[in-house]
Structures are given as structure tokens and as C-alpha cells.
Write a protein that binds this ligand. Sequence first.
Ligand SMILES: [Zn+2]
Length: 332
Amino acid sequence: MKTIASTNSSAFGEPGIFRGQARFGSPMLSDYVWPLLEIRGQRPGPRLCVSAGVHVNEVSSIEAAIRLQKLFDPKAISGSVSIIPLVNQPALYKYSEYICPIDGKNINFTFPGSKGGTFSEVLCDAIMNEWCAGSDCYVDLHGGDLRENVSKFSIYQRTDDAGLEAMGRRMAMCFDAEIVVGLPKDHMQRPGRPPTGFARHGRLALMSEAGANGLLDESSISFHVEGVLNIARALGILDTPMSAFRNARVACNDYLWVETPVDGEFHAEIEPGMRVTKGQRLGAMRNLFGEEIAEITAPETGLVLWRMTHPSLPKGSSVLAVAVEETQVGQA
Ligand SMILES: [Zn+2]
């Protein structure tokens, strides 16, 4: 990774605040630069990397990454905090939902990526092995694309490495979340979210989700900001006390997507964060005559992670997702 400093910047890698741009090594990424802000303390310590804007409409998380840049004082911290507030540079000003417009892939499901792959795969590899090289923790902030409303939740990866899993869970609990999801171990068998891709290499990454409909929302912004500050406290970068927790942080261990069986108009009867029981009616699909053509039901007992807000949805697309509580697994 090469860096280009702004005029008001410290030298990269020196104590102080670096402000500028990063350029990754692969020729495939050479048309783009990434905004980079890195705060480095006088004292050595852990390295925390924070990003947002893998999904460019998830603006509360992007705003949180921008605000976080001003919340670490190089005189007060141990180690370093590095922030890229907008990862999906090719989607900027295109308002692409979920995908990177260059290869049509969802960066969020492409980790760990590969050096010889498509643009998104090469970018995931560069994030992991160039920018996050030597990181103790990577946190990717998300939530609230144009047609969705998400609960406040955090994600870590379950793994056979008990120490890594315990650390992931502890860091995910740093967010004042309604739901804390530990992704099942079988996610490790295919490319996935940052927590999955990093865990495949024995490394720690987390995600936080909050927001709705491409709106800036103070409650969602502060959820992301306070969660990252708490992670910096838990890692020992900051020595200030943890902020208060108000939400239940219900521990869950599965993430189930619910699809519509028909083309139609989705009318939800639940909202994100609500508890639901297996088989419960969560909403209905209607046709353009207003007639109900299918029922949407809960696949398991758990909590609603998010739901689509735009009603028009084609057959086979996801209308909502449910997280399964730890205590429910294995029960009839
Ligand atoms: Zn997202």
C-alpha cells in the first residue's frame, strides 16, 4: 500500500494524524485511491482498522466512520486507529445497492478475496493483507441501504479457534446492540463477510449494522461510533470507561434469510428487533389487485434482524432475516 499525504498531515507511520489517500499494489485497483485517516499514539499498542461504505447508501455508518476520525487523540491513545470511510469507491455517486459496479459482486460477501480475482476479490485481499496487515481487529460498519430497515446488531464469526471466537464475541458485545450474531462455523467454507474471511486466516474482524433507507440518523450513527470507541477501550487503545449499554445484546447463533415464494408486494407485520416464534405470520405478499397471494412466516424462533421496506419484490428475493437465539438451538 502506498500513501499520499495531504498538506495538513503527519508522515505516514509516525505519531500524529495522517490524512491522505491510500493506493493498493494490484494494477487492477490502480484507477482508484482510497481516503485514509490514521491516528497513531506516542505509545505502542494495538492496531484497529475501521471502514464503512462497502455499501455506499448505508450513510449512517459512513458518517460514523467520518466522525470517528476526530475522536482519537494521538497524545492520549496507545497504538493506532486507521479509518477508510468509503471502501466501494467505484460505487460513489452511482448509489449502487449492495454491489461493486465494476464486477457486479457484493464486496461484503467476497472476503478473504484473492490476488488473482475480479476487482472486488482483489480489493478484499488488499484490505486484508495491505491495509489491515498487522491489525489486531478490523471493524466494518454497515446498515440501512435504500430499501431496507435494519435493527441495531453486530456480527462475529464462530470458529474452531476458541480464543479467536471468544475475542470476537467480546468485541461484538462492545456495541450497544439489540442482537449479537455469531455466524455459524459452516460459513467458513465459502467466501463471506469480513468476520468470516478474516477468521479463515485466524484473524479478528467484526461488523456492525444500523440504519434505514439511506438516511442519516443520529441514533444509528452513535451506535456505530460508541461501539468502535468501546472496542478501542477493550483493546487498550483508549483508557476511558466503556459507555453504558441500554439494549439487550441478545446472543444469537444463526442468521436466516427469508425469501418470498412469489413476485408481489410485501406488507410486513413486524419490525426489526421484534421477537418472533417459529411459524408465526410475519407479513404477506399481495398482487397489484391487493389480493394476498402468499404468507411470509418465521423459519425459526428468534429476532428480526432487518426487513425490506420497498414492497415490490421478485420471487426468490429476501424480504427479511431472522437471528436465532442461542438458547433456541436444538429445541423442538
Ligand atoms: Zn451493508
